[in-house]
Design a protein around this ligand. Sequence first.
Ligand SMILES: [Zn+2]
Length: 101
Amino acid sequence: MISNLILQFNSFELLILFAIALVFFFILLTDIKKQGKRMMLINPEIKVQLICKECGFKEIRDFREGDYISKEPDEKCEKCGGEKYIDIIYSIVKQEKTRQS
Ligand SMILES: [Zn+2]
């Protein structure tokens, strides 16, 4: 009787359980993939604010490799031609609308 129950459980119900587990696994997997896509949609844009030492003119441009705060890049002020330095570096998070499933 007991062995018969185990046999029934092993053959049919275990297969169903396995199928359910497989479905859950795929749901979980697709959910992880969706989250990954959501993460990729967040695209931060790094900006640099430069200030002219001579006239205090502020300029904002995109971040370039090697930029750091207080760095004096080889860029001249648009207004007076004076030396500029990097005042602040900040990022703008551009988040695209997440597609609702
Ligand atoms: Zn200037």
